[in-house]
Design a protein around this ligand. Structure first.
Ligand code: ME8
Length: 524
């Protein structure tokens, strides 16, 4: 017998895995919320979704933080991995596995990919000498570094200190993959996105690729190289392979692997695009594995336009924001305010402006006004509409066209566009409501009032269904207020509910506001 999951198309998405060398900040939350919204959208749209997130626990940076704090590195990793799990709980994310690179099955996966790359002739032993940045966990060539006024040499691109490092190292023959990667980019123009960030990757590859140092001997906090445990693997070989571990690799004949590999999308930040769009496909080609379909590169968040840093004290803890503004408000703000591929800025003012204008006024107020009128004037039951006018059908058609435009936007991870389209319809519905004046019709033409209220409730239903991926709780509450969800076709489970319309005669609970206006706390 086939289970329902097997009849659905599969969809596998991942976030990057964060370094647990400190507490999560709002930038981490941003990536997580975006991936979660995508996972939820795809589930509602009928996919069997697997959503992976986790922590990247090995490497020199972790070791050095632990040494500085005077605690064993494993303890540091566990403590902060919990903090990242806690962030996911706070954000209400729907991941299927939280992977830690210290998990036992991950060692097996990393060992196997290494062996496959070695068997393919792509790994050799040599001496490495170069400028190493601990912060970036990467070597930079001389011309990618510069000595600044303080006499210290920095990696130009990342502003991190580099030191001259010389050691025996295994190398991956990345140079052999230049043409294969360019062929991949040409054959799969959607492999990297957005285009501007993908173009940077392509021109980097066009300039030529050097072989990559993929092992270290100066510390041992990592996965040992098979057959030579004086070396641990370069943390990026280890980290990237988490995406395979998450679907059961090395068990390539397992249900899980066959169902979900290759990944549909890796959601990552702009600083790690090279690792994902160059090294990762090269490793996979070498190991004879299929390539992910897409790498979606998001921008970074800045606090009032200023890069966040611990030393400036301008980082934001996700839990603080959730407490101050509310979870769905934070999720909505981040995805609506900033086009996903672009860098973006946030401030208290921009958050409350979105909360008050978009959520409280355009959505919450329309729901509260129309539902209160139904409670007062229609016995709390969805009214029977009369003959529809062009104004009615116009607004209903707009609302029902949103599924297609949202699908297209989510397919390209353009969350702000999806939400913008929904809010355009909400804006038009507010204008429709104001023009039709149902509170006047109540006396002059009650049947027409019933139709206007019916149309408004139906638009609200569509909007609530489509905004669930971003605001699961609040949109769910609007659906409850609209009497949705007691039947088999619960719109909380499937977009199929969009094929129908709200049913006249549905009893509605007494309405209560869902999106409060943000009020500044009184000064004490
Ligand atoms: O890079 N705004 O981990 P990480 C938005 N372990 N996103 C931000 C951000 C900001 N201000 N700051 C960081 C790593 N990020 C590796 C990944 S994947 C196999 C290994 C994003 O903890 C950053 O771009 O430094 C990355 O996508 C994620 O947070 C984790 O960063």
């Amino acid at each position: 017998m086939t289970s329902p999951a097997e009849t659905k198309p599969s969809y596998y998405l991942t976030t990057s895995i964060s370094y647990p060398n400190g507490a999560p900040h709002i930038g981490h939350a941003y990536e997580t919320i975006a991936a979660d919204a995508l996972a939820r959208f795809k589930r509602l749209d009928g996919y069997d979704v697997r959503y992976l997130t986790g922590t990247d626990e090995h490497g020199l940076k972790m070791q050095q933080t632990a040494d500085r704090d005077g605690i064993p590195v494993r303890e540091l990793a566990t403590r902060n991995a919990r903090a990242f799990q806690g962030m996911n709980d706070t954000l209400g994310t729907s991941y299927d596995r939280f992977i830690r690179t210290t998990d036992e099955d991950h060692y097996a996966a990393v060992t196997e990919i290494w062996k496959r790359m070695e068997a393919n002739g792509d790994i050799y032993l040599d001496i490495y000498a170069g400028w190493y940045s601990v912060r970036d966990e990467a070597f930079w060539s001389e011309d990618e570094t510069e000595v600044r006024d303080d006499g210290v040499r920095y990696a130009t691109e990342t502003d991190t200190e580099v030191t001259w490092t010389q050691e025996e190292s295994y190398f991956f023959r990345l140079s052999a993959y230049q043409q294969k990667l360019l062929d991949l980019y040409a054959a799969q123009p959607e492999f990297g996105a957005p285009q501007s960030r993908f173009n940077e990757v392509i021109s980097f590859v066009q300039r030529g690729l050097e072989d990559l140092s993929v092992s270290r001997t100066t510390f041992d906090w990592g996965v040992p190289v098979p057959g030579n445990d004086r070396h641990v693997m370069y943390v990026w070989v280890d980290a990237l392979t988490n995406y395979l571990t998450g679907v059961g690799f090395p068990h390539t004949d397992s249900e899980l692997f066959r169902r979900f590999w290759p990944a549909d999308v890796h959601v990552i930040g702009k600083d790690i695009s090279r690792f994902h769009a160059i090294y990762w496909p090269a490793f996979l080609m070498s190991a004879g594995l299929e390539l992910p379909r897409r790498v979606m590169i998001h921008g970074h968040l800045h606090n009032r336009g200023v890069k966040m840093s611990k030393s400036l004290g301008n980082t934001v803890a996700p839990a603080d924001w959730v407490e101050q503004y509310g979870l769905d408000q934070v999720r909505f703000f981040l995805l609506r305010e900033i086009p996903f591929g672009a860098d973006g800025s946030y401030s208290h003012e921009t958050v409350i402006s979105r909360m008050n204008a978009d959520l409280a006024n355009n959505f919450g107020n329309l729901a509260q006004r129309s539902l209160s009128m139904v409670a007062k004037n229609c016995d709390g039951i969805v009214p029977v509409p009369g003959k529809l006018t062009p104004a009615d059908t116009g607004i209903l058609d707009q609302a029902h066209a949103l599924l297609d435009s949202n699908r297209a936007a989510y397919e390209r991870q353009e969350f702000s566009r999806a939400l913008e389209a929904v809010w355009l319809v909400l804006g038009d519905t507010n204008a429709y409501f104001a023009e039709q004046q149902p509170w006047v019709l109540r006396k002059t033409d009650p049947e027409r009032m019933a139709t206007v209220l019916y149309v408004t409730l139906e638009v609200l239903r569509v909007v609530a269904i489509l905004t669930q991926p971003v605001m699961p709780t609040s949109s769910g509450r609007i659906l409850t207020a609209l009497g949705q969800g007691s039947r088999d076709d619960d719109p909380r489970r499937s977009f199929l509910a969009l094929d129908q319309r709200i049913e006249p005669g549905t009893p509605l609970p007494a309405p209560s506001p869902v999106f409060p206006k943000y009020e500044e706390p009184a000064e004490s």
